[in-house]
Design a protein around this ligand. Sequence first.
Ligand SMILES: [Zn+2]
Ligand SMILES: [Zn+2]
Ligand SMILES: [Zn+2]
Ligand SMILES: [Zn+2]
Length: 347
Amino acid sequence: MSQHDIFDSLARNAFDFLERGIGEFDKTPKYSVIHFCAAVEMLLKARLMKEHWSLIVSKPEQANLAKFMAGDFASVTMEEARTRIRDIAGEEIADDAFNSFRTLANHRNKMIHFFHADVDSDGQAKAQIVAEHCRSWFHLHRLLNRWDAYFHDFGAEISRADRAMKAHRKYLSAKFMALKPELDASRKDGDKPKACSACGFKAAVPDALDDQIATLRCLVCDHTETQVEIDCPHCNQAVVIASEGYAKCVHCGGSIEPEHLVDALTKDVVGTKDYFETGLPANCGSCDGYHTVVSRGDVYFCANCFDMSDNVEQCDWCNELNTGDMEHSYSTGCSQCEGKVGWEKDD
Ligand SMILES: [Zn+2]
Ligand SMILES: [Zn+2]
Ligand SMILES: [Zn+2]
Ligand SMILES: [Zn+2]
């Protein structure tokens, strides 16, 4: 079996687990939690596999192909997979995405270790499971889109899972109905609930920063996200980008990247007094984004990771503006430089 075949079989298996995880929810919610979570883990491993098969072995330095093919190996944990994807593939899985996967994994562990006799008849427990699935699928689906170069053979599986997840949401409608008074109250206060990107219900209550950026929290599934509304750089129609600056335009399918958001969010200030003399856009201390941080009123907003900060500071070594702590930047540098220590090392 070639490296490609192993990837293929792992990914195929992951989508099979995912389909079961969604499909068996009604009859056996417990197994649905276990299978859904296994699918998430397998897809993260499949992404690692695209770098090298030994990376899904917990100790790659001891990896042995014959043993690997025989299934005789300890595999990476979800945390290790995330770290390796970041350190080796150079791709960050954002905190909100990873937290949704971790919640799923904790729930799975609980299901495996403690017998929960009445989960089948416990409406609240079932709603919680579906909410977790919705949040995780939202993030997983985005990752798969971002990793399109690796998962393009699985377009049909991904769309099928997306359709199944949309049907899966019906199990949350009782919760949505119960929240109606609360949602009506928020509408009266001027915070009109918007459609949640994870569960689809109009239950995401906005907390607007300005006319383009808002943070929303869904009362049905607890999904939180920051949304930015811009005109698509390709087709000019209004689009909403939810969490992290990678998305496809719903109108024209064009890809929208952090740079487009930076452009759109600074469009009105370009040319006005000294915007670029102030050193903006700044660099992001959270995601290491280069010139991704723009100023919005009192807040600095990163168009890559959607992090918000109260201030930016100059790096004492390279003079670039950054969010995050710059106290020791003269010696250790910032996200874009290695400071005096790095400079002396090069010498
Ligand atoms: Zn929701
Ligand atoms: Zn477009
Ligand atoms: Zn950032
Ligand atoms: Zn610096």
